[in-house]
Design a binder for this molecule. Structure first.
Ligand SMILES: [Mg+2]
Length: 377
């Protein structure tokens, strides 16, 4: 038995399991720049020598098998035998171990899922929900509904936004960039149709999914500003940081971006270039809670908003504890697989999600579903 400084038994990481859940997406869903063919989760379970289990997730549209192989073959041997409370040290070691093969992308999805599982364990070891461990007390988090594909007809788009409002959401997000991003005038008509359908009190969020250059995006934003747009997301290529800054100078619609950035270094580059009002970095890809806490602190120092992208159940406790986090995103595309992967995941009610008052993330996996899905991959 190992006794730590406070006299309690310390845990050692004993086992790492990884499961792939991939669901084909049919129906031709597309945004301005891509068609969605698959939604997949990589589910990581880290078990200690005393039988506690922590869970973490990342997601992918392609390449889940590579993430799984990296975790099982490379990351697991580096963390087995270590103390799961040492998240900072383990993160730093893994970052340097992996930095030559990727500081973004699938490599970081793998690292993020493992870090999230270690934070779940940390909460379970000290028997506290993560939001309490992080110093928060907000038990209900605002949540917005996200969908509205450019492949939808105008009627389908309006119907989905009205359905979200009927479910109690106060904020809804949809995509612009129809006809391969070649027809901003049509997009402006669609934005007006949605605004007229949902009325003046619903907050509208637009996502162009990287499709325009800065000049086109500024022109479009100034066309739709009369529709009272709360934020405009990824108006230009995510890597076009000068273009994002130019967009921000050209319109008063707040600029959101970051779902394609990784680590505190990616957040730093957006911030110092004045290329975002709302930072949407995704903790399931950008480095887990260990990195997201640093990114949240940077957004506070620059008086920006922190609104992590998607994967709401992995971000719920974090957002609860971060004062400048206005809300979380819930992707309609992920709802079905999310409901199957977790046994008891909270659902939004009237546009809010209640933070589970249980140790760690406060979630449990439906292993019957996950094992069946894993065998089918
Ligand atoms: Mg987006």
């Amino acid at each position: 038995m190992h006794l730590n400084a406070s006299g309690s038994r310390s845990h050692k990481i004993a086992k790492v399991d990884v499961h792939l859940v991939s669901t084909p997406v049919t129906g031709g869903l597309a945004d301005a720049t891509r068609k969605v063919e698959c939604v997949g989760f990589t589910v990581v379970r880290v078990t200690t020598d005393q039988g506690l289990e922590g869970l973490g997730l990342t997601y992918h549209e392609v390449g889940g098998e590579a993430t799984r192989a990296l975790i099982l073959n490379n990351i697991a041997p580096k963390i087995i035998g270590r103390d799961p409370l040492e998240t900072e040290v383990i993160w730093e070691d893994l970052f340097h171990y992996l930095r030559g093969v990727g500081r973004k992308g699938l490599t970081f999805g793998a690292l993020s899922a493992v870090d999230l599982a270690l934070w779940d364990l940390k909460g379970k070891i000290v028997d506290l929900p993560l939001y309490r461990l992080l110093g928060g007390n907000r038990t209900r988090v605002p949540i917005y509904a996200s969908g509205g594909w450019t492949s939808y007809s105008d009627d389908e788009l309006v119907a989905e936004m009205q359905d979200m409002v009927a479910q109690g959401y106060k904020h809804v997000k949809f995509k612009v960039g129809v006809d391969g991003a070649a027809n901003p005038r049509r997009d402006a008509v669609r934005v007006r149709k949605v605004r007229d359908a949902v009325g003046p009190d619903i907050k509208l969020l637009l996502d162009a999914n990287n499709c325009w250059d800065a000049a086109t995006a500024v022109q479009f934003a100034n066309t739709v500003r009369e529709c009272d747009i709360m934020l405009f997301e990824e108006p230009v290529l995510a890597d076009d940081i000068p273009g994002l800054a130019r967009f921000k100078r050209g319109t008063d619609i707040p600029l959101a971006t970051g779902e394609h950035e990784y680590t505190k270094y990616g957040a730093r580059d957006l911030i110092i270039a004045d290329a975002a009002d709302i930072i949407q970095i995704d903790g399931t890809r950008a480095g887990g809670y260990t990195e997201m806490l640093k990114i949240a602190g940077m957004t506070q120092a620059w008086n920006l908003k922190f609104a992590p992208h998607a994967m709401e159940h992995m971000h719920l406790h974090l957002v609860s504890a971060v004062p400048n986090a206005p809300f979380l995103e819930r992707l309609r595309l992920f709802e079905d697989v999310t409901d199957k992967v977790f046994k008891d995941a909270p659902l939004p009610v009237d546009g809010y999600m209640t933070v589970p008052d249980l140790p760690g993330h406060g979630l449990s996996l439906d292993m019957d579903f996950i094992r069946d899905a894993d065998e089918a991959v």
